[in-house]
Ligand binder design. Structure first.
Ligand code: PLP
Length: 390
């Protein structure tokens, strides 16, 4: 399928058409085990933790979309990320972007440490700082770009070069961009990870994780871990994710167009201190992002002066759901300080720019005019609140 455009690949995969019936959707293979011909002859599947045809269709699809050789589906994004970290051993060290997803932060600081896997959080937008912090026992450099929720940009190719020079692997969390806009394996990364709960499935109805790798040796190791640890994605969720993936391109393009309009509106609004959006030409990582990704995505964050103002805005907005998560058909507004990044101590949060006035908006498929109108009336309420205070 390698010659087709990405949008076409989303709809046509060798595994999509059922060989037995011609059905145009992969069947739900609800079977934990598989009948074998004899004591010496085994079919392609034996037990569904090790392999299931519905899940395999999804795994082959993410491998193809990320230009990898193998894909893996897990029970959640965190299961994918945690399983990838199991490629490490006691005594190893991992270098991590300091504004990493809150759950990844928790896994690294509270679980990996118990297995004697050490870490350093660094500003990975700075390649010199990255190179300086590689230790003799560093085995993985872990990148999230754009980062969550402050949308900082890391040079994937630059980091992968530093990693290769020191014999480390590069892991990239590609949740925000998806392979529609960014293909880390093409830029030298070894493992690409996804919370497929977000844009890939897109409908706020599945919790899932995906991984894709290029190297066959790493693929074999990750397959071994997936089977040993066993945090596989179930059959029904694999199917729902396959269905969601087909519309990834139209969904994400539409949402990204609306996000750009909203980011511009907020940037010019006097009540907003700062807008974090990698599509602005004055964003510190703009040129790197332009080089490594083909879109700015549908997530932006913006800073109001304080928690009270953020609270007034949240209560006044009528269209977005106020919730954790992102990347859905409906817009999702969230408050990182007490939601996605609640696992992070206050001082750590503040140092990463996750201040008490920060809100994150994942733009959905509503009419952009309606979203702008909703924001305008909500910001008017914030203005009215602030006048009362003086
Ligand atoms: C949500 C998210 C995760 C965790 O994924 P789950 O599916 O919730 O386990 C990891 N990384 C990023 C960037 C996320 O947004």
């Amino acid at each position: 399928m390698t010659n087709h455009h990405f949008d076409t690949k989303l709809l046509h995969q060798p595994s999509y058409i059922d060989k037995q019936t011609g059905a145009v959707n992969v069947p739900l293979h609800y079977s934990s085990t598989y009948h074998q011909q004899s004591i010496d002859e085994f079919g392609p599947y034996d037990y569904s933790r090790s392999g299931n045809p519905t899940r395999e269709s999804l795994e082959d699809t993410i491998a193809d979309l990320e230009n990898g050789h193998a894909g893996f589906a897990f029970a959640s994004g965190m299961a994918a990320i945690s399983s990838a970290f199991m490629l490490l051993s006691a005594g190893d060290h991992v270098l991590v972007s300091k504004d990493v997803y809150g759950g990844t932060y928790r896994m690294i600081t509270e679980v990996l440490t118990r297995f004697d896997i050490d870490h350093s959080f660094i500003d990975m937008t700075d390649l010199d700082e990255t190179a300086r912090n590689v230790q003799p026992n560093t085995k993985v450099i872990y990148v999230e770009t754009p980062s969550n929720p402050t949308l900082n940009i890391t040079d994937i190719e630059g980091v992968a070069k530093v990693a290769k020079a020191h014999g480390c692997l590069t892991f990239v969390d590609n949740t925000f961009m998806t392979p529609l806009y960014q293909k880390p394996l093409d830029l030298g990364a070894d493992v690409v990870l996804h919370s497929a709960t977000k844009f890939l499935s897109g409908h706020s109805d599945v919790v899932a994780g995906l991984a894709a790798v290029k190297d066959e040796e790493i693929a074999a190791q990750l397959k071994f871990i997936q089977n040993s640890f066993g945090s596989i994605l179930g059959v029904q969720d694999s199917w729902l994710l396959l269905r969601g993936l087909k519309t990834l391109s139209v969904r994400l393009k539409q949402s990204s167009d609306s996000a750009r309009e909203i980011a511009q509106y907020l940037h010019h609004h006097p009540l907003i201190d700062e807008v974090y959006y990698p599509g602005f030409s004055f964003h510190a990582g703009y040129h790197i992002h332009q080089r490594q990704a083909t879109g700015a995505g549908a997530v932006l964050s913006f800073r109001l002066p304080d928690k009270k103002s953020a609270g007034v805005l949240v209560e006044a907005m009528k269209i977005p759901v106020f919730a954790v998560s992102l990347g859905a058909v409906e817009s999702i507004l969230s408050y990182p300080a007490t939601m996605s990044h609640a696992a992070m101590p206050l001082s750590e949060r503040e140092s990463r720019g996750i201040t008490s006035g920060l809100l994150r908006l994942s733009v959905g498929l509503e009419d952009p005019g309606d979203l702008l109108k909703d924001l305008r009336q909500a910001l008017d309420k914030v203005a009215a609140y602030q006048t009362l205070q003086v």
